[in-house]
Each structure stands twice: as C-alpha cells, then as structure tokens.
Design a protein around this ligand. Sequence first.
Ligand code: IMP
Length: 434
Amino acid sequence: MNTNNVTVIGLQWGDEGKGKVVDALADQSRYVVRFCGGANAGHTVTVNGERFALHLIPCGILHPSVMNVVGNGVAFDPETAWAEIEALRQRDVEVGPGNLAISATAQVVMPWHKTRDQLNEKQLGEKKIGTTARGIGPCYADKANRSTAIRVGELLDENTLVQKIRLIGAIKNRLFESLFDGEALNLDAVVEQIVQLGRNLAPMIRDTGGMLRRAVATGDRILFEGGQGSMLDIDHGTYPFVTSSSVSACGVPAGAGVPPKAVGHVVGIMKAYTTRVGAGPFPTEQDNETGEYIRQRGKEFGTTTGRPRRCGWLDAAVVRYTAALSGVDELALMLLDVLSGLKELKICTGYTLEGRPVEDFDPAQLGNVECQWETLPGWSEEITDCRRFEDLPAGAQAYVTRVEEVTGCPVGLISVGPGREQSLPHHTQIEGLA
Ligand code: IMP
C-alpha cells in the first residue's frame, strides 16, 4: 500500500502540543480523524490570534476542505460535542455533515459514566487516578461489558434508545444508591437530554470506517489525530495511572477501522521538558523552583480541567520508549522557548534500578528507578522570534541535537511559541509540517 497518511501522537503524558501540529498538517489532508479517548483531551490551536480549545471535535474543523471524523475508538460525549459544535458555529465556523462525521460504532458517554467516574475517584481517596472526570474509564468499561453500553448509532432509533436508557439507567442507579451512597440520576431527564442530542447530531452519524477505507483505497490523505500521550496508553503506559484507550499509533487501526499500513508517517510530539496531570510515577518531576519556572512560562495548567500540571526535566528515556512503540519517523519538539533563562538543563537519558542500569524500559518500574542525568548548558535569550534552526542560540541548538541523539529520532520541527509562524523546520520529511 502506498500511503501519504500521517499519524500524530503524543510521546509523553499528554498535553504535548499535538493540536498545533495537526492544525498545520490539516490543510493538506482530506480527513482528520480522532481514534482514541474522548472529551478528556484538550487541544488548543491559535489561528490569527484567536484561541480555540477543542475536546472532541477534531482540530481539522478550522479548515474548510477537511472532513473531520470521530472514529469508532472514541468515547463520544454527545453533550460536549454539541456544545462544541454550537460554540464553533457562534464563531462563524461551519460545522455539519459536510465536514463532520461521527462513527455509528463509537461509544456514547452517558451521564452515569461521569457520575461513576467521580464516585470512583472519591472512594479511592489518596489512591485515586486523578482522572479528568469526563466518564472515560466507566464508558470504556461498559464497552467491554457490552450489555450496558450504548453506541452512537443507537441514538438514531429513539424507541429502542429510550428503552435502553431506562434499563441500563435503572441498573446504574441501583449501583449508585447501594454501593456508593450516591444519588440516583433522574432518568426522565436523561432520556429527554440524550434523545434531543441524538436528534441534533443525527445528520453527522455515519459508517466512518467504510468512508476511511475508501479513502485508503483512493489515496486521499488521512491525518490521524492522537489524544493524550503514549505513557497514558491503557496497555503500554504507567498502568493503572493511565487513560482507558490505546493512544499510541498502535491504536489507529482499531480505533479508526483502517488497516495497520494506513498509519503512514508517524510524527511523535514531545515537549522540550516533561509534564503530567493526575497521579502516577514521574521520575524527572521537579517539585521545586525549576518546576514552578516551567509551569509559569509554559502556562502548564490543564485545558480540560484547569489543574496545575506537574512539571519536570525532559525524560528522554520515556521518549525513546514511546517513539519505538509507535515507530515514530520524526519528532516535533514543542515549547523549546519555555526553557529560555535556565542556567543549566538536565536530560534523563536512562535509569538505574537498585544500582544497576536498566536495559529494557518497563513502565511498571517507573516508580522505583533512579534517573541517569546529563547536564547541558542553558541559554538566556528569548527564542520566540527565531524562525530557523540557525537563529537559535548555541545552547538551544545543542539541546535539540542531543534530543535527537538520545532518542534515536530526527527532530522534524521545533516549536518556539503557539503561533503557526513559530514552527522552525529542521529535519522534517513532511511538506507543510512547519
Ligand atoms: P481519564 O482519561 O479522564 O480517565 O484520566 C486518566 C489519566 O489520564 C489522568 O491522570 C488524567 O489526568 C490523564 N489524562 C487524560 N486525558 C489527558 C489529556 O488529554 N492530557 C493529559 N492528561 C490526560
């Protein structure tokens, strides 16, 4: 198969800046496809100085000739989706069946999933995962359970939908009341809300897998837009402190309904440092002045929840692992400008465990390892106005080169600010990436 498709995925714990890269590539793509996660994602794109925060609708929505697809692997929250569609329309962005297709086989996030997410976390207390409370885990749990799940296509058949909501809703309410001491949901209100949302969204509900396989056959470019980051992958991340779907490039075929070869050229997005939201191991975390410096300069507060993100030095061992997992062809190194002003920069290049070097990266051991550090000189200049690699101070150039060496992947683009013009092409093989 000859494909010019591109897959964009996060290589850390999410929030790497995927939205900006997807936005840049969307112009040359016919389809932009979400294949994992749901409204837990938060992609921010800035176009002509206007900031758009999208959670469920693919980033290609800002490009008139793109068909945006919410794939079958997504946990689809109709309430959030409709609110986003309305907000976009208010800002004169057209959204309809001509540019948005929602998979009939995606899972519906129901109100009880959000309630359950919150109740779970409350019960776990200190041991909680720190989820985004968007109902993601409980929705995918019902997907695996099958009999208590509702798929998007079922929104189209009102009679059956109402029966199903009442049946499943009654089961959920019994659980909330008896196990969690929680309040029962008002099922009349749930029926009314979901039926109305189904009517609103009906024109956009389709067999997206068939549509994408036709595109694969004709060679129209598809851009797969990852959510979260590979260290949050349900199988390959820091389990149980992960999200509930396959968020690496391995999740593309199953989550979009395309053959594995359709994944195409894989661009791995990484920050020049590391952040994480929620609980779980984070070996390079800097819970100190350095972390605070990065948080303030990088505006490291959650797009979805507003939570301050945990910040730390670049963990290149993580990136080496996640890049290998997804077969990354090139890296996009984001937020390099945030590191300006630090005298010295540290990179974690590997780990030791009980004094011995760790050969194979094992996410399950991440809470027990010691970092092997390398220290590089920093740079004092602001670099947000640099437009070419050669414009960067020597320290920044050396940092980029070291990232390539340690991860074993070329850096395709370097980002020094949120604007489209603040992307410096480096070793990219994709036209239009920067
Ligand atoms: P959930 O996906 O809401 O269940 O949350 C599980 C974990 O993944 C929590 O630590 C969240 O903070 C994290 N998470 C989920 N989505 C994102 C994201 O888009 N960016 C960063 N972290 C995320």
